[in-house]
Write a protein that binds this ligand. Structure first.
Ligand code: MG
Length: 393
């Protein structure tokens, strides 16, 4: 079975203002158009894609859709939605069995909803996603002496009211009849309306309340709120590692806490390997360099600096790059001493340096099992991972 998807992106989105068509606005790391097309591209039911956009944006859209894996055509739309879909339909191959139409302005569509709509169209000829009205629906009386003052004409039975979404899927011959009806002067704000008027029965598929259409600035704000950092592609992870030799006549400082012990770590300043590993983890997550680059040993400026102070400066660099630290987890690998009694203070000190809550910082101890340089008590190693988040734009 050959399924062609039409992505309706012909509108100019004047209601959103800003002079940018709504489908070109960014939602996290990608445009709304890329997100909508991406879901359709990932659907195993869809074989080919036709995106219909305003004529002056055909080249730009082609660039935006370079990452699409399926055969994709970008064609120019018309003044109304039905004109745009008719133009796109003219590019649908005669061998196509089903055509599924989806609004570019609905980036939260799911593969499951696309799948169910196509299946229903195969069975019944035409199917649309729709959601049951939750609010009581009032039909407005068209009389009112004062402009903009409206009165209720009647209350409709809510359980019989469904609000249409996309996808809307049709067997090719059904959509052909709908398009012909439109070309002959019929008017419909969606393809189903034309198909209904052309005499076809349209089946309702339970839609998805997250599948909102982004039309106004409020919709855009709502969409950004709906999207977690994970959806937005704005979670970043970083790793850090450090090892210092254990020597006589040095204090042992780990995570900013001085631990009573007969040896300490060798190195510049306090040689706090745990703070160093955490510093590298947060810098790495934000991809803003490393500890040696920002605070070189050779620079006298940093010679006496405490490692917690350097961690605080690194946290400020991460912040300046637009990220906030979600959490840090670290492991101290030391044969002796046992670090468990100091973990709570280390978490407090590291968190305070990064200006986050201690609940977001974890420190764990491990031994070297008596083998290797750590097991023989010659060194202590520290590992850390950090997760940072960028605010959704
Ligand atoms: Mg170090």
């Amino acid at each position: 079975m050959l399924v062609v998807a039409i992505i309706a992106a012909g509108g100019r989105g004047e209601r959103l203002g800003a002079g940018v068509p709504k489908q070109w606005l960014r939602l996290g790391d990608r445009t709304i158009l890329e997100r909508s097309v991406g879901v359709v591209d990932a659907s195993p039911r869809v074989d080919e894609i036709i995106a219909v956009v305003p004529q002056d944006l055909v080249v730009l859209a082609s660039e935006h859709l370079r990452r699409v894996t399926k055969p994709v055509q970008v064609v120019s739309g018309g003044p109304r939605r039905q004109d745009s879909v008719a133009n796109a339909f003219a590019h649908v191959r005669a061998e196509a069995d089903v055509v599924v139409i989806h609004d570019a302005a609905r980036p939260f569509v799911t593969g499951d909803l696309i799948d169910r709509t196509i299946t229903a169209a195969v069975e019944d000829g035409a199917a649309i996603a729709a959601i049951l009205a939750r609010d009581t629906v009032k039909h407005v009386e068209q009389t009112g002496d004062v402009k903009d003052v409206k009165y209720v004409g009647s209350t409709l039975a809510r359980d019989a009211i469904y609000l249409a979404q996309t996808p809307q899927a049709f067997r090719r011959n059904v959509l052909q009849a709908a398009v012909a009806f439109g070309r002959a002067g019929g008017v419909g704000t969606d393809e189903a309306a034309l198909a209904e008027q052309a005499g076809h029965r349209v089946r309702l598929i339970e839609g998805d309340r997250r599948n909102i259409k982004i039309t106004t600035p409020e919709d855009l704000a709502f969409a950004r709120a709906l999207m977690g950092p994970e959806d937005a592609g704005l979670m970043r992870v970083g790793t850090g590692y450090d090892l210092h030799r254990l020597v006589d006549h040095r204090p042992l400082v780990l995570g900013g806490v001085t631990i009573p012990f007969d040896k300490g770590l060798a190195g510049h300043s306090d040689a706090d390997a745990l703070s160093h590993a955490v510093t590298d983890a947060i810098l790495g997550a934000a991809a803003v360099g490393d500890i040696g680059q920002h605070f070189p040993d050779a620079d006298p400026q940093w010679r006496g600096a405490s490692s917690l102070d350097l961690l605080g400066r690194a946290a400020a660099l991460v912040d300046a790059a637009g990220f906030r630290i979600a959490n840090v987890d670290a492991v101290v690998v030391a044969e002796r001493p046992t670090i468990a009694p100091y973990v709570a203070r280390m978490r407090q000190a590291l968190a305070a340096a990064m200006r986050i809550e201690a609940a977001r910082v974890s420190v764990k101890g491990k031994t070297g099992e008596g083998i290797g340089e750590i097991g023989r008590g010659e060194a202590i190693a520290c590992h850390a991972v950090a997760l940072v988040l960028r605010a959704v734009e």
